[in-house]
Each structure stands twice: as C-alpha cells, then as structure tokens.
Design a protein. Structure first.
Length: 177
C-alpha cells in the first residue's frame, strides 16, 4: 500500500495536481480555511517549504472538485475529509460494503461523495457506471435543510492526483518531490 501520510509534496506540486491556484491554496492554509492535518509538514519558519502528504493532496483534490461545483472552500475541504479521514461501515449503504479511510470501494463499485449544505458529506458506493441512489441522503434531512446535492466521483480525483504526483507508483524520498 502506498504511504498516504508522509509529508512528501510541496504546495506547488499539490496545487498543480489538484487544480487549485497555488496562491489561493496557500492563502486558504494561512487563513485556516484549510486546516493542517496530521501528516502535513507545515513550514516551521516563514520562507521554508511546507510539505503535504498524499492523503492531503487527495483531500485537496476532492475539495477542488466540490468548490468547482459551487461549494465554499471551507465546506468543500471539510466534506473531503469524509473520504480521506473516515471509513465507511457496511450498514451505511445498500451494498453492505466497507472501506478504510482514504480508500475507494472494491472493484465493481464506484465511490461517490455527496454533499449538501447543512447536511455535510457522505461517501457511498454505487454500481460501477450505474444509477446513483441518493435517496437515503436526500430523504433523511439533517436539521430540515434542503437544497441541491453535489456529487463527486472520487475515483476520478484519486486517479488524477496519483497520476500527477506518483506517476510510476513510487513515492519520492521526503522533500525530494
């Protein structure tokens, strides 16, 4: 398994891999819109290099996709942690599937992240290429909120980030990315 939590990638590399503008992404970290997580190598002194883990890069990639669909950067980042930081238990979906934090569902299933303002995010499996059953998410309002549901196909983001940062499947030595 690939090491998801060692700080190996510069903010510049992660911005290029995820679609974020480097200045915007850096500003979101400085202002706390994107909080630092365990596994991130926040610069110790001004002017030194901050490094991010592969998990952080995937988190930012998902956040970018949500943001590009109209979700605020803060909500998008928070929602992306539903995939990168939390697993899924079999009782939470109609297929009885589980997955560990940061991993997609097994072959034969797509991994999607659904988000709705006021309800947060949920990671769900769907039949690969099939119908997305979001009824459980829509029909169980949290706090009576309503509004559009935003959907991201997580595999696409993971594959894109991995292809950009780890094209040959081999992680660089810390700080050499």
């Amino acid at each position: 398994m690939t090491d998801m939590d060692s700080p190996l990638f510069t903010l510049r590399q992660v911005a290029a891999a995820t679609g974020w503008n480097l200045g915007t992404m850096r500003d979101h970290f400085v202002k706390g819109v994107f909080p630092w997580h365990e596994g991130d190598g926040k610069a110790k002194v001004a002017g030194s290099t901050s490094l991010l883990s592969l998990r952080a890069a995937v988190r930012l990639g998902i956040a970018f996709q949500l943001w590009s669909l109209g979700v605020s950067p803060k909500d998008a980042f928070r929602a992306s942690t539903a995939f990168t930081d939390f697993g899924t238990v079999p009782s939470s979906n109609e297929f009885g599937l589980s997955r560990q934090a940061g991993n997609i569902f097994p072959d034969g299933y797509d991994t999607i992240l659904l988000w709705r303002k006021g309800e947060g995010a949920r990671v769900m499996p769907t039949d690969e290429g099939g119908f997305v059953n979001i009824n459980q998410f829509i029909c169980t309002p949290f706090g009576g909120k309503s509004g559009p549901v935003v959907l991201v196909r997580v595999e696409d983001v993971v594959e894109s980030v991995m292809a950009s940062l780890v094209p040959d499947g081999t992680l660089p030595v810390s700080g050499q990315g």
